[in-house]
Design a protein around this ligand. Structure first.
Ligand code: ZN
Length: 237
């Protein structure tokens, strides 16, 4: 946080990004109560399968933080979440990474160029940078999106898989590293359709293992509610 913002926060108080309460004690995004709630949610990472790490469950609070990251371009939220997760605080996410060979290459799920132009940034790159800084890895833009697709949020599980299969292609450096691990990075893991299309884009002959890490895991029990919220969100943004 820059000094001017810190100073104005100190003088006038700011709204907590979680609950909206005006507080003089934001740190810098959340009031102490919401910060504690985030740390509790991040105590145990989620593993939808053995190759995938998600730092937080999808809850109203974590969801609104990722929404701010995605649509509000407050990129510090990505590293804030990582710092307050089990990766930043020495929990099971650290163990997940300890299994894999270094160096780590964090590859953001790419936005289509038109969406990138409209938004001006790709939130997955900011999340990849936060993972890279927490683990000593690097961010690599090794994927690109081939065709424009309808937003995933309005589609069923089957439609999502169909929508993204083959949507990504790898754009690798001339000399692919001979050791290390690739992690495809996205904001939310829901059905896994997007990230598995990204993993497939590396192809069978790619020499390094390819894993997945995201900030949030949208558990099946809440997916229906999120679908409704996402539809509503279309009207907000
Ligand atoms: Zn709050």
């Amino acid at each position: 946080m820059d000094i001017a913002r810190r100073f104005s926060n100190f003088l006038f108080g700011m709204d907590c990004l979680g609950c909206g309460t005006t507080s003089e004690r934001l740190d810098p995004w959340l009031c102490p109560k919401c910060r504690e709630a985030v740390r509790n949610e991040g105590r145990c990472a989620k593993f939808p399968n053995e190759d995938t790490l998600c730092l937080f469950p999808m809850r109203a609070l974590t969801r609104s933080l990722v929404h701010v990251l995605k649509y509000g371009n407050i990129s510090g939220v990505a590293s804030y979440l990582v710092r307050n997760s089990s990766l930043g605080r020495g929990g099971d996410a650290v163990e997940f990474f300890s299994v894999y060979a270094k160096p780590f290459f964090f590859v953001p799920v790419p936005l289509h160029r038109a969406r990138y132009r409209e938004r001006g940034y790709n939130q997955a790159e900011k999340i990849a940078a936060a993972f890279a800084s927490a683990t000593g890895g690097s961010v690599c833009r090794w994927l690109w999106r081939k065709t424009f697709h309808v937003s995933q949020t309005k589609l069923s599980r089957e439609q999502r898989q169909w929508n993204v299969a083959g949507a990504f292609a790898a754009r690798l450096p001339a000399k692919v590293p001979s050791r290390g691990t690739v992690f495809v990075v996205d904001d939310v893991y829901t059905t896994g359709a997007t990230t598995s299309a990204c993993v497939s884009a590396f192809g069978k002959d790619f020499p390094l293992p390819v894993k997945v890490c995201t900030l949030l895991f949208d558990e099946p029990a809440t997916a229906a509610m999120d679908y409704v919220a996402d539809c509503r969100m279309e009207w907000d943004v």
